[in-house]
Design a protein around this ligand. Structure first.
Ligand code: GSH
Length: 215
């Protein structure tokens, strides 16, 4: 039995859910209440000693870190999302890292300050927002250019790099990050979001955020 521990609005958890959906896996979705600090409780620390979601329990095999979980699931199910050929895989890894360390890392402070800090009454760090936006102006054009070469990030076939970038971009509307300067990125995103693995997966990010218990 596969159990994924996460929370609805967590970008890293969304990566795992999208990958699992693409692979057609049945799994138990275990909501961890971050506001109540459930992720630091003893039972959860046995699954992930870092006390963060997402985490995975695959018949007693525990794993944390969203990218690692996605890669494990793809490998276990021999998915073309994450091919075994060393060169193909290396290029996918390259774009997973690019998406994580340049796009995700700069988007996260914007999302936190524009969406969550306000909702939680925490002071908004305007500089973190400006810095993130400035950095993204440097990093989005690289992805835009990449999408002039083929339909998806790495080739004309969807890969785990697409799934991971797609998940990272989920909150852009809520965080008022404007992608209109990147038309190919917008087409790529719309195309991915039309596919069954996405539509079957969970409600739209904005919809989830409207739920009364979401802070
Ligand atoms: N690098 C980790 C990031 C995990 C992470 O930061 N999770 C957040 C939710 S998005 C969390 O669990 N926060 C609660 C806490 O730190 O106590 C991954 O990709 O899985």
């Amino acid at each position: 039995m596969l159990t994924i521990y996460g929370s609805d609005l967590s970008g890293p958890a969304i990566k795992v859910r999208l990958a699992a959906s693409f692979l057609g896996l049945n799994y138990k979705w275990h909501l961890v209440n971050l506001r109540e600090g459930e992720q630091k409780q003893e039972w959860f620390l046995k699954i992930n000693p870092v006390g963060k979601i997402p985490a995975m329990d695959d018949d007693g095999f525990y794993l944390f870190e969203s990218n690692a979980i996605c890669k494990y699931l793809c490998d276990k199910h021999n998915s073309p999302l994450y091919p075994k050929d060393v060169k193909q895989r290396a290029v996918i890894e390259q774009w997973i890292d690019y998406a994580s360390f340049h796009i995700g890392a700069n988007l996260m402070p914007i999302v936190y300050n524009r969406v969550f800090a306000k909702r939680r009454g925490i002071p908004v760090n305007e500089k973190a927002i400006t810095d993130g936006e400035e950095s993204l102006k440097q990093y989005f054009p690289i992805v835009e250019k990449q999408l002039t070469f083929h339909k998806y990030i790495v080739s004309n076939e969807i890969s785990l790099a697409d799934i991971i970038l797609l998940a990272l971009l989920e909150p852009v509307e809520m965080a008022q990050v404007n992608l209109s300067g990147y038309p190919k990125l917008m087409v790529w995103r719309a195309e991915c979001k039309k596919q069954g693995f996405y539509t079957r997966c969970y409600k739209e990010y904005g919809e989830m955020l409207k739920a009364p218990n979401v802070k």
